[in-house]
Design a protein around this ligand. Structure first.
Ligand code: ATP
Ligand code: MG
Length: 560
């Protein structure tokens, strides 16, 4: 906390500690952001420039009548204004609510409505394609501030203002003194298991970003940090913006879509020292082969890490060999706001596991006995992961769903909805989401265990396993598989994979059916959507929304 001092009595403002604090400490000339444009442009932004730019945006927002606690939605790609806007919103006391640019008009409208966004910051092009048609049906949305995709905006649409013009004319504003509990950001969960939830976090969450930035990634002012997450995902807010800036590192912001050759080039050319990405990214790199990785082996990297989905041991080992640095899996959720369980720091790692709770995080495994959750201590006993609620970035609300929010907590514990087990050394292993468990006869099958085992087969590039309803045993495991280059889908490979799984896992856990697919359905944050696969397994072609999320309920993992 002392490290973040400098604000007026008791106040804590993320925008101020991420930019102005560094200027006060004499680091105004240090690089805060290295922005790489889609068309090979680049711009380096110093902490001094970021402090000024965000102060101007804060002034513009205040001038538009933004009241502290009001939501400002941001629908932008990774362009310089994204970072100025996030920090400017915090400085003005607003709630930063980023949206995926890949969303269509419907999901954008739904989130603007649910978040009661008072102001939207977006580009002229995204506005025309995705928002203009629903504007009249959004009474809360008082103002739209546009950034021209190609510089100046030729004709301003009605009811919109030009953000760059307003910013150029504004005087920087000091951050309003927000309290640590004041709401700071609002994210909608990935929607992996059903309807996305609006999750709110307070300004004090920045303490967790500081601690995890330092402890997990070892970030100092000498580091160059690159987080590949899309701005609409919480990972981008927490680690694509806040953590590197609060630690005083330089962050890399790449506007382009991710592509392995470009990624290796950025790691090399930008002298990235710490890299945060996803299992999908690393599996894509595996598909491109080790030779490509080797051609960029000369780099400054010291650590790489992944989040969002289970990272199988094979991918960890491949990543370590290809990049020549430790590759860490980290576990957290939109709700926990920052990493809570991680492999590392240092040598404290076990490939294939999520790692151990970070210092300051109390994590236990709970099982339900006669309707009451009880802590289990046994080795390899599966139960629901629960976390003590004092973690500073723990969510402070779920929009419009007070009951659902309250249902996640019991006796000072937050129930995560994820099933895990602990090994004899205290490493935690992901088993599956409570909602995804496959109940097959007397067996509870964790999809990840089946997936992890089949991933070791050379033909399998990606795999999703779900339960298909069965009259006799309730559910049977069914696998959807995409193949590595050089393997051909067909009955012979299907039989080989089933027999491989039977040998590795036993007949009870092995998939009964294997479906070959080009690509697995993913959320915008890149996660495999098992509910869509499940719908497919049940004969629904597009998966639709036939399965909605079960409301969170402590101790869902029951000994039925
Ligand atoms: P929704 O809650 O809407 O279904 P979601 O849970 O995918 O979506 P996020 O908050 O983005 O939304 O993701 C958090 C979840 O991602 C975790 O609860 C866990 O299931 C999964 N996850 C994150 N990191 C890991 C990891 N390292 N290993 C295994 N699973 C992980
Ligand atoms: Mg979730």
């Amino acid at each position: 906390m002392a490290e973040l001092a400098g604000a007026p009595d008791g106040a804590l403002n993320i925008g101020s500690v991420c930019a102005d604090r560094h200027v006060r400490l004499g680091r105004g000339a240090a690089t805060a952001i290295s922005w790489l444009g889609r068309r090979q442009e680049r711009r380096d932004i110093t902490y001094g420039e970021l402090a000024e730019q965000s102060g101007r945006i804060a002034r513009v927002l205040a001038g538009q009548g933004l009241e502290p606690g009001e939501t400002v939605a941001v629908l932008l790609g990774r362009i310089p204004e994204l970072y100025g806007a996030a920090l400017g919103i915090w400085k003005a006391g607003g709630v930063y609510c980023p949206l995926f640019a890949a969303f269509g008009p419907g999901p954008i409208k739904a989130r603007l409505e649910l978040g009661k966004a008072a102001i939207l910051i977006t580009s002229d092009e995204l506005y025309a394609r995705k928002v203009a048609s629903s504007r009249a049906a959004l009474p809360h949305l008082r103002q739209v501030l546009l950034v021209g995709e190609d510089g100046a905006i030729a004709v301003l649409p009605q009811g919109c203002a030009d953000l760059r013009a307003l910013v150029a004319a504004a005087q920087p504003m000091e951050a309003v003194p927000t309290t640590p509990d004041a709401p700071a950001f609002l994210h909608f969960t990935s929607g992996t298991t059903g309807t996305p939830k609006g999750v709110l976090h307070p300004h004090r969450a920045v303490l967790a970003h500081l601690v995890t930035g330092r402890k997990v990634f070892g970030l100092t002012e000498a580091d160059v940090f690159w987080c590949t997450a899309d701005p609409g995902w919480v990972t981008s807010t927490s680690y694509g913006i806040i953590a590197p800036l609060v630690c005083g590192a330089a962050l890399v912001a790449d506007e382009a879509e991710l592509e392995p050759r470009r990624w290796y080039g950025i790691l090399h050319d930008e002298k990235v020292t710490a890299w945060y990405t996803t299992p999908t990214a690393i599996r894509t790199m595996m598909r491109y082969g080790a030779a490509l990785a080797r051609s960029y082996r000369e780099n400054s990297l010291r650590v790489a890490a992944s989040v969002g989905e289970p990272l199988n041991a094979e991918a960890v080992m491949w990543g370590q060999k290809a990049l020549g640095v430790p590759f860490l899996d980290t576990w957290w959720q939109t709700e926990t706001g920052a990493i809570t369980i991680a492999n590392g720091p240092g040598t404290d790692r076990r490939p294939g596991s999520m790692g151990r709770p970070l210092p300051g995080v109390e994590a236990v495994i709970m099982r339900c006995e006669a309707g009451t959750p009880k802590q289990v201590d046994g080795i390899d006993v599966v139960g629901e992961l629960a976390i003590r609620t004092c973690w500073p970035s723990m969510f402070s609300g779920a929009l419009g769903e007070e009951t659902r929010y309250g249902d996640c907590f019991r006796d000072g514990w937050y129930f995560t909805g994820d099933l895990v087990k602990r090994d004899k050394d205290g490493f935690i292993w992901f088993v599956g989401r409570a909602d995804d468990m496959i109940k097959c006869g007397g067996l509870q099958i964790g999809p990840f265990e089946v997936e992890g085992s089949l991933m070791d087969h050379p033909a399998v590039a990606e795999i999703g396993v779900v339960g298909k309803p069965d009259m006799l045993v309730r559910e049977v495991p069914v696998a959807f598989v995409s193949l590595n280059p050089g393997f051909e889908a067909g009955d012979a490979l299907r039989a080989e994979l089933i027999s491989y799984a039977r040998q590795e896992l036993g007949a009870g856990m092995a998939p009964r059916e294997i479906h070959f697919v080009e690509e697995l359905p993913k959320t915008n944050s890149g996660k495999i959507m098992r509910r869509v696969l499940k719908a497919k397994a049940m004969g629904e072609p597009d998966g639709g929304d036939i399965l909605s999320t079960l409301p969170p309920c402590p101790g869902r993992y029951d000994d039925e």
